[in-house]
Ligand binder design. Sequence first.
Ligand code: SF4
Length: 465
Amino acid sequence: MPETTFPQRVRIALDDPKKTYAVALGARHLVEGRARALAAFPQMDEFRDRARLIRAHTLSRLDAYLTEFADNVAAAGGAVFWAKDATEATNYVRQLAREKGVRRAVKSKSMVTEEIHLNRELEKDSITVTESDLGEFIIQLAEETPSHIIAPVMHKTRYEVAETFRDKLGVPYTDDPIELNRIAREYLRRIFLSADMGISGVNFGVAESGSICLVTNEGNGRLTTTAPRIHVAIMGMEKIVPTFEDLGVMLNVLARSATGQKLSVYTNIITGARRPADPDGPEEFHVVILDNGRSRALASENAEILYCIRCGACLNHCPVFQAIGGHAYGSVYPGPIGSVLSPILWGTDAAGDLPHASTLCGKCREVCPVRIDLPRMLLNLRATGLAEKPAPAWLRWGIRQYRAAAVNPQRFRGGIKVAATGLRLLAKDGWVKKLPAPLNGWTDHRELPAFAPKSFHQLWTERET
Ligand code: SF4
């Protein structure tokens, strides 16, 4: 997590209109895509129920399914390493790279490798790591971090991408997306052919066969996992499904929720390394199964967060994410999923502000393909955070006053009258442009409508009489 505080990062985000525009546009595009996909698939609700049951069942027997998966990876000629944390996982990959004389690695998009900062660790050994997903490639060139779990470059306009390509690749400026794609493809093709190690994440591990499933919309996943002589897949330990039949259910809900597609363009299922009769493929296949706080999550009241299949729908629909974008969260996992996952993985000291980055409108729960009750966990984490570090005295006093008023109708109506009169005095043309401190946090970024001349309660009473 970065040194800056969440409010500082929010301020930086809100002061960057180009970024907020790009994020709002990108999120809207994905929201509309999902809506179209769901409208064309009437069985979606049934599939969502099945997907949730599969996740619940798998996590209730995670140890057995992980053991089955690991045994089958080994039976297919692969190696399995169980990593307790990020250090163990990165050390394993670094050691393997040293032993095998790896100088260059190519990576397909993987949030779990971002979580453990794998690139940074490999670069300590002078290993060049190149991102091969187009969005991640752009981010790497721009020396930034992803701002979304499936659309890492959502915060950038194509004009900014054009400038990055011109500055970092030395190509003439073009903002034509097809031309930009061609430039990236040409550049990356050489990398694929010269890399010694391909590194990928895992969307799902299939216990019954020891296969890993990778979904991408670019051919980079296939090239990363087949062209280099060594393939290393890093898998969060919760990413297991028992059978291929279960995988089919998960894929149906994942693509529709993420990008609005029936199915991602490439669904790669990889079982072990290259066999003697295979014309191509890696000589070695390694799977690193990463815990890094997940066991702790599994044992907690927030275990449900491990149902997540990283579709990104909760981010796209979240009004807070739409306004501030992913970087303001300061975590590799932004949005509602990140606001729950980050404090669980990194503690409330590092990410305790994030559960407050929600209006609790419930949209995240409504759109989640596995129906994760994110608002419930956000509230749990708020309570945990406040138990560890109580709110400032003035805020507790304010909440106490509000509670005293809210439980007494007479006092509540009296308070509303006072507030309404105050706001009307401050308002111009029905809007308050600036509130006095400490209420100015609201009007620093938007105007506040003055109260209506009559409250709903008054209108209702008049109607009844
Ligand atoms: S919490 Fe649900 S909606 Fe959000 S990324 Fe995970 S699966 Fe998708």
